[in-house]
Design a protein around this ligand. Structure first.
Ligand code: NIG
Ligand code: FE
Length: 410
């Protein structure tokens, strides 16, 4: 058993459901609290100086020294398995080339596709293990990881196998998403419909059969996949039992958010350019908005209308979008600070965004996302007295001690 005592403030959302509207900002705050953990599960939580029954039997005792404790962070949108890097794109960007211009010219995602195809599964695995180590030190205890740099049967499966191996080999929980429809590969140039058919008929069934993904995703974007193609992809995935998520309205508003509500996607992601129609569809369909503020920063774009979404009752999650192009940062704490300053979300709303709502977006809300009895003991002790301090100190790593499944990681 593990006992965490002397917690100054234990702050957490409560309940295993999407926290939208008013609920987005509802956290409980327990003072002078303690948590008792047995077999990786939270057994009891107490406050006001009391210790849980059986606390004296704990073999490991961690003194939180009056600091803030929250659930482990959940990064619900990453592209963390990739070959190479793309630092050479930045000078082009600074000279005025747009993200989609670079992609159209065969760079961007397609550049990473070449490097990912050239990498062995073991190379990708080793590289991603190091990313997971970095993330867990930043307080992230669960991560979603998308494929989408293979774009053919062999290489999409290779990327997804890496996700599976990471999930087994690393303490971190890794949720796997099939994003074969991330770009149109060179060999299908001008034949996007045929590419989508190939994904639906050949790759998706193999992904399903080998149990390599829980989610299906698509990059619904101007000059990438249109709404009809995206709908086809998501529905084909849903038919096989995968849950849908969608890259929607990242650069242009072409109807991705509207589609997310229509198909009952778990989440729509990016949403920089989403307007009222898209948000109405999301609100109606109970779709989570996975917002990626560090990508807005890195692409020099505006920030998604988070406050309007909260007003409409749409549950907001915040994620890193870690990838080699539009966001080469895996620091979810940085994204949280951007949520605070650029989305104007309160510290409480930000915490729900990176815990319970992100957990819902990964389909793991029964297991993680809050600190409650019976939930997995994924816990962070922060080098901060409260959430205000945590989101204020942008750019620093404020994680003190990270506990994953009841095990002290650092
Ligand atoms: O979420 N927009 C599509 N996918 C990623 C970027 C991937 C890349 O540039 O390599 C994103 O921003
Ligand atoms: Fe993305």
């Amino acid at each position: 058993m593990l006992l965490i005592r002397n917690i100054g403030t234990l702050q957490t959302p409560v309940g295993s459901f999407k926290h939208g509207g008013e609920k987005q900002g509802e956290n409980i705050k327990l003072h002078n609290a303690a948590i008792l953990v047995e077999d990786g599960i939270i057994k009891a939580i107490t406050s006001d100086g009391a210790l849980p029954e059986g606390a004296d039997k704990a073999e490991i005792v961690v003194d939180a020294q009056g600091r803030l404790v929250t659930p482990g962070l959940v990064d619900c949108h990453t592209h963390m398995v990739f070959g190479g890097y793309r630092q050479g794109e930045i000078p082009l960007k600074l000279r005025g080339a747009g993200y989609l211009d670079i992609l159209k010219a065969g760079g961007g995602i397609l550049d990473t596709v070449g490097k990912t195809r050239a990498a062995t599964e073991d190379e990708l695995f080793a590289k991603s293990m190091a990313f997971l180590n970095e993330m867990i030190h930043l307080g992230v205890t669960t991560v979603e990881s998308k494929s989408g740099y293979g774009l053919d049967l062999e290489n999409e499966l290779k990327q997804l196998r890496v996700n599976q191996r990471l999930n087994k080999a690393h303490k971190m929980d890794v949720v796997s998403t099939f994003l074969g429809a991330h770009a149109i590969p060179e060999e299908y140039k001008g034949r996007a419909d045929e590419y989508i058919d190939m994904l639906c008929n050949e790759v998706l069934p193999a992904v399903k059969e080998q149990g390599l993904a829980d989610f299906v995703d698509v990059f619904c974007e101007d000059s990438v996949f249109d709404v009809a193609q995206s709908r086809k992809m998501l529905k084909a995935g849903q038919k096989l039992g995968l849950r849908a998520r969608i890259h929607a309205d990242e650069i242009e508003e072409i109807g991705g958010a509207v589609l997310s509500g229509e198909v009952g996607a778990v989440s729509a992601e990016h949403l920089i350019a989403t307007g009222e129609k898209g948000m109405a569809s999301m609100a109606k369909g109970g779709v989570i908005a996975d917002l990626l503020p560090a990508t807005s920063f890195y692409l020099n774009k505006t920030f998604a209308p988070a406050r309007r979404m909260i007003e409409l009752g749409i549950p907001v999650a915040i994620a890193s979008d870690f990838n080699p192009g539009s966001c080469p940062s895996l620091n979810l704490q940085l994204a949280m600070s951007m949520g605070y300053i650029k989305y104007r979300m309160t510290p409480e709303e930000v915490l729900s965004a990176v815990t319970i709502n992100a957990a819902c977006s990964c389909g793991l809300e029964d297991k993680i996302g809050t600190l409650e009895e019976g939930k997995q003991a994924d816990i962070v002790i922060w080098n901060a007295p409260d959430m205000e301090m945590l989101v204020y100190r942008f750019g620093s790593n404020m994680a003190g001690t990270v506990i994953k499944k009841g095990e002290v990681v650092l």
